[in-house]
Design a protein around this ligand. Sequence first.
Ligand code: NAP
Length: 255
Amino acid sequence: MHNPKHIVITGASSGIGAALALAYAAPDVRLGLSGRNQQRLEQLAAQARAKGANVVTATIDVTSRGAMNAWLQSLDAAQPIDLVIANAGISAGTGSGNETEQQIREIIAINVEGVINTVQPMIEPMVARGRGQLAIMSSLAGFRGFPGAPSYCASKAAVKVYGEALRGDLSYKGVGVTVICPGYVKTSMTEPNKFPMPFLMTAEKCAEIIKRGLARNKARIAFPFLPYFFVWLLSLLPPSLTDHLLAVLPKKAGR
Ligand SMILES: NC(=O)c1ccc[n+]([C@@H]2O[C@H](COP(=O)([O-])OP(=O)(O)OC[C@H]3O[C@@H](n4cnc5c(N)ncnc54)[C@H](OP(=O)(O)O)[C@@H]3O)[C@@H](O)[C@H]2O)c1
C-alpha cells in the first residue's frame, strides 16, 4: 500500500520496530506502537511526534490475546488501520546446551501466537473494507532448521508459511499480506552474538528495505540477497547433504 495513513507496529520499543516507526513517522500519519518497555516506547513516540506523526502507544504483551484484540479494535474504530506490522519477537539458541522447555514455549508463544494475536483481529475488518495490508516478521532463519536455534527457526518458519497461505486467500479480497525475512540486523537481539554475522545491517537500512517492499505489496521481502540465496539453496538440498555443514555453525546463546 502506498502512503498508509494508519500504521500499527508491535515490538516498536526497540530495534527494527523502532526503526520502522521512525521510517513511517510523518505529518498526517497515525502510528499505533506497542511493546512491553514503556520508557523506551515513550522515547520513541516523542521522536516520531517530532517528525509530525500522531502517535498512540500501548504497553501490551503480544501473548495477551484479549488485550491485543481490544487494543486493535479501539485503534481501528478511531481510524481504519491501513497497515499492521506484526514485528514483536524474541530469540534464543542452544549455545549453552539444549533449549529448555520454558525457552521453547516462550519463543513459540511470542513469535507465533503473538503474530496470530496481532493479525487475526484485523482480517475481518480489512476484508469488510476490501482494503488493508498485513506484514508478518519472519526471518531467513525460517527457511531451514538450524541446530543453533531450533524453536526460533520453527517459529519463523511457522509465521512465514502462515503469511504465504493468508496472502493466497486475502489478496482476492483486497487485503495484502507480506512476509518479511531479514538476515542479520544490528539490534538488541543480535547484540549478544559472539560469532561473525555476515552482511549485518543497521535497523534503519532494514526498515528502509521493508518500507519499500511493503509499498509494492511484495509477497516476500527477503534480504540481503546472498544470505537469502544461501538459505533458499539449503532448503532445497537434502538434509543428508547439509546436516554436517549446519552442525558446525556457531550457536546462539540460550536464554
Ligand atoms: N535482528 C535480527 O537480526 C533479525 C533478523 C530477522 C528477523 N528478526 C525479527 O525482527 C523482529 C524484531 O527484532 P529486533 O531485532 O528488532 O529485536 P529487538 O530489538 O529485541 O526488538 C524486539 C521487540 O519485540 C518486543 N517484544 C518482545 N517480546 C514481546 C512481547 N511478549 N510482547 C510485546 N512485545 C514484545 C520488544 O519489546 P520490549 O523490549 O518492550 O519487550 C521489542 O520492541 C523479531 O520478530 C525478530 O525475530 C530480527
